[in-house]
Ligand binder design. Structure first.
Ligand SMILES: Cc1ncccc1N[C@@H](C)c1ccc2c(c1)OCCCO2
Length: 115
């Protein structure tokens, strides 16, 4: 027989987003991602990265209710990490920080969702 699917409780999704963002910002490897990349100090960035994203911009969007659900929030967090992988060598300070932050995020949100 078909297993009854658990009803999705979306009421606390935005609270989960706030917890996840606070954890990302507090991480020791978050430093490259805390504020927007200033294209004047990073030559070529504006040309290569079409959709810049960073944790302070995500916080702003969360505060202004621009995320309708957890999915939209996760899309922006992954944009931070995908931009990082596109622009930075894997074997670089920022590249390594990006990989460590992505691993941390993936682990953290699956923990929170499996409570
Ligand atoms: C996430 C990311 N990807 C590619 C380039 C930079 C960044 N992050 C920005 C915030 C940054 C980090 C380190 C920096 C930097 C700027 O200023 C230029 C001088 C070196 O120090």
């Amino acid at each position: 027989a078909k297993k009854a699917k658990k009803p999705k409780d979306s009421s606390n999704e935005l609270a989960v987003c706030r917890v996840l963002l606070a954890d990302l910002e507090a991480h020791q490897d978050a430093w490259p991602f805390l504020s927007p990349v200033r294209h004047k100090s990073v030559p070529g960035y504006r040309k290569v990265i079409k959709k810049p994203m960073d944790f302070s911009t995500i916080k702003e969007k969360l505060t202004n209710n621009l995320y309708l659900n957890l999915e939209n929030f996760i899309v922006d967090v992954n944009l931070v990490f995908n931009n990082c992988q596109r622009f930075n060598e894997d074997d670089s300070e920022i590249g390594r920080a990006g990989h460590r932050m992505r691993r941390f995020f993936d682990k953290r949100w699956t923990e929170l969702l499996h409570l």
